[in-house]
Design a protein around this ligand. Structure first.
Ligand code: ADP
Ligand code: MG
Length: 254
């Protein structure tokens, strides 16, 4: 097998009185969809926050696309091709849907925010290409009719789609999704599953997915990693892992 796109080992994170992540590791192969599951409080969000660099680890090593990123801050990991979505959406609510995408693209490009804001304006052709890509993705995510609407005017389901489109426009190699199905109606969960699969199949994006909804996990994931009290207790194909007595016990024992 080729080298994993993401490989994390021996991660520890302590908060006052709690060891949230206690030596766990995980990897995501190129083009793989990996689920990170476990009971509430098992350390999933803490783990992904350390993967993306939002939170420093107490110890552990993080490798992305063949390089050691342990010491890199979140924005540098993003520039190397890591995107993420948040359980609580973080969109620019007062901007239009299209402007949210354009802004995400500009921030992800290899120039500083100051250059984008103050001058050194991108060439006209580049600007046109970014707009064309934004429109293409809006169509792809069924958002074309809402391109000019403010994000706050959209339903939660549509806002989740904007969040995904915003990640994809940065051309990530890895997309880290924290509970993308939270708050979605069953038909929207079906659409989400199809879109995440297409993100991998058509754009080759590898995915690390934290998810509570076991239907999403079973339908999408090639492999799952199960955390309990910050430790990895199981790993394997979703059908096998979700029937593993150790995993069932971890969920029920709380
Ligand atoms: P999960 O996402 O699996 O529900 P979390 O990673 O959010 O779990 O939390 C793991 C543990 O760490 C929990 O016991 C939680 O209370 C604790 N924890 C998480 N974030 C903080 C923090 N910022 N300060 C203190 N404790 C935290
Ligand atoms: Mg969480």
């Amino acid at each position: 097998m080729s080298d994993p796109i993401l490989s994390v080992e021996g991660v520890v994170k302590r908060f006052a009185g709690v060891t949230a992540v206690d030596g766990a590791g995980l990897s995501v192969g190129a083009g793989e969809i990996v689920g990170l599951i476990g009971p509430n409080g098992s350390g999933k969000s803490t783990m992904v926050n350390m993967v993306t660099g939002e939170m420093p680890a107490d110890s552990g090593t993080f490798r992305f696309d063949g390089r050691d990123i342990t010491a890199l801050p979140a924005w540098r990991r993003a520039r190397l091709g890591m995107a993420r979505s948040f359980q609580m959406l973080r969109l620019f609510g007062s901007l239009s849907v299209e402007d949210n995408l354009l802004l995400a693209r500009h921030i992800s490009m290899k120039r500083s925010m100051w250059e984008s804001v103050l001058g050194a304006r991108p060439a006209r052709e580049e600007e046109e290409a970014v707009r064309a890509r934004a429109r293409e993705l809006l169509g792809w995510f069924d958002l074309a009719p809402f391109a000019d609407r403010k994000v706050t005017a959209l339903s939660i389901g549509q806002q989740r789609m904007v969040e995904l489109a915003r990640g994809v426009i940065a051309d990530p190699r890895l997309f880290v999704l924290d509970e993308p199905a939270a708050g979605l109606s069953p038909p929207n969960v079906d659409r989400l599953i199809a879109l995440i699969r297409r993100m991998r199949d058509e754009f080759g994006i590898s995915i690390l997915l934290v998810e509570h909804d076991m239907r999403v996990v079973r339908d999408l994931c090639d492999r799952v990693v199960v955390l309990d009290s910050g430790t990895k207790i199981a790993e394997g194909p979703p059908a096998a892992v979700t029937q593993d007595p150790v995993v069932v016990e971890a969920y029920i024992g709380r």
